[in-house]
Write a protein that binds this ligand. Sequence first.
Ligand code: DC
Length: 224
Amino acid sequence: MGYSIAIDGPAGAGKSTIAKKIAKDEGLIYVDTGAMYRAMGIHLLNNNIPADDEAAISAECKNADITIKYENGEQQVFLNGENVTGKLRTEEVGDMASKCSVFAAVRTKLVELQQKLAKTADVIMDGRDIGTVVLPDANVKIFLTASSAVRAKRRFDELVAKGVKADIDEIEKDIIERDKRDMTRENSPLRQADDAILVDTSYMNIDEVCKTIEDIAHEKGGRA
Ligand code: DC
């Protein structure tokens, strides 16, 4: 394993924004593991597999060939040869990703891919189980969180900026529901690793969060 920073936390805590910036600052490869669960979600939606049918999902996930490439430092996700990166960030796909991620067959397959990537490069990886399951020996582990109201407001602002009509209460309700499913599932639930450092971003801006994490990483000795 090379050098690694693990960032876990609930939806909308700012994991990907923060991880991308730290990757640039520190010369690390950013691995977005949620994107892999989202690609699996697309595959299952494409094949009309019901979200609660474990047997069908366990069988069908074997036919999803998910691979990762980097173009200009940006992660690109391929599903059976097609670049699906632009299709990952819809509510429908996020919902299917959360639902199918409860099943062991899906997790085993994607964790293997994530561990392979971490072997070949120095990475900052974000997700739900990175510090606990995927990279238990990560050099730095961060649990990034923020209140559900703040996370809903961030998502709301993002949608409004894109010109999409949104209801902030509806968004907060969805966020709470997604967190509950991610935290209470039997397989690799979202939880703070014993040796992870909690960073609450509710009242911090992006630069402050990055500096906090970079300071923690440098204090721990940085890269070998
Ligand atoms: O981070 P995200 O919203 O793109 O992730 C989508 C879903 O994928 C999330 O609700 C739960 C699942 N996921 C997971 O179970 N484990 C990970 N390491 C990353 C994501």
